[in-house]
Ligand binder design. Structure first.
Ligand SMILES: [Zn+2]
Length: 240
């Protein structure tokens, strides 16, 4: 028997043993995960309300940036609706201390979009940063974990140092669109413009609602250096 086959069988055996001792559950429906399932059970994965944009250059997310910064491509993985079972993905990631959910979903999204050429020409992934205070409270930046999953699928590097959030702004959740824009004005800074200069950056966030946060982040980067952008979020809470 070839060594790789033996190692594969051993790792499956190890995993099934781990599953026996520490059962894993689907983050959406709570059913027990089978050996080869990860984060979502097969049924929930098949039912994931995927965002299907016909164009990456002209869609509802790309349009948010028109006239502000040069966005090459924009996409999102699934539609976010409050109270939908799929909203539990974001809850687990943001509020239930489950960063690995972000990594697994980022990998799935990365693999799906890689097949369609979404990442062609992209140089590096920049997750939208949290303030130091917020990151300390949560223990991690959820967008950085999504970015690490995308990196596993694509081999692209992740840069979590060059862009920083200088202001810990209040939550956007209860604000209208205008208030959201005001709330995130001038909250980002670029610590290492030389690392970004001339590159094609993929900005990654967990969810896009009005796009105010990403827009503010992209504008700050665009003022500091000359870059091209693509944008990607795990979830899209917009109307379409
Ligand atoms: Zn499920």
């Amino acid at each position: 028997m070839p060594t790789t086959k033996i190692l594969h069988d051993l790792s499956l055996f190890g995993r099934s043993l781990l599953d026996f001792v520490f059962p894993r559950y689907c983050v959406c429906c709570g059913s027990r995960l089978a050996l080869l399932e990860e984060t979502l059970c097969t049924r929930c994965l098949e039912g994931l309300p995927r965002v299907r944009f016909f164009s990456w250059e002209d869609n509802d997310i790309a349009r948010i940036f028109w006239g502000l910064v040069d966005v090459q491509r924009a996409a999102s993985f699934f539609h976010y609706t409050r109270h939908s079972p799929y909203s539990r993905i974001l809850f687990a990631l943001k509020y239930h201390n489950r960063p690995e959910v972000g990594k697994a979903m980022g990998r799935m999204m990365g693999e799906a979009l890689k097949r369609k050429g979404f990442f062609e020409g992209v140089d590096l992934i920049v997750p939208v940063p949290l303030s130091r205070k917020k990151e300390r409270q949560r223990g991690y930046n959820q967008s950085a974990w999504i970015a690490r999953g995308i990196a596993e699928a694509t081999g692209l590097p992740v840069d979590t140092q060059s862009v920083v959030r200088t202001v810990s702004n209040p939550s956007q959740t209860s604000l209208d669109e205008h208030q959201r824009q005001e709330n995130v004005r001038n909250i980002f800074g670029v610590a290492h413009p030389e690392r970004l200069e001339g590159r094609h950056i993929l900005l990654v966030d967990d969810v896009i609602t009005t796009g105010a946060t990403m827009k503010s982040c992209a504008e700050t980067i665009a003022h500091a250096c000359h870059v091209r952008f693509s944008v990607l979020s795990l979830a899209w809470a917009g109307a379409s």
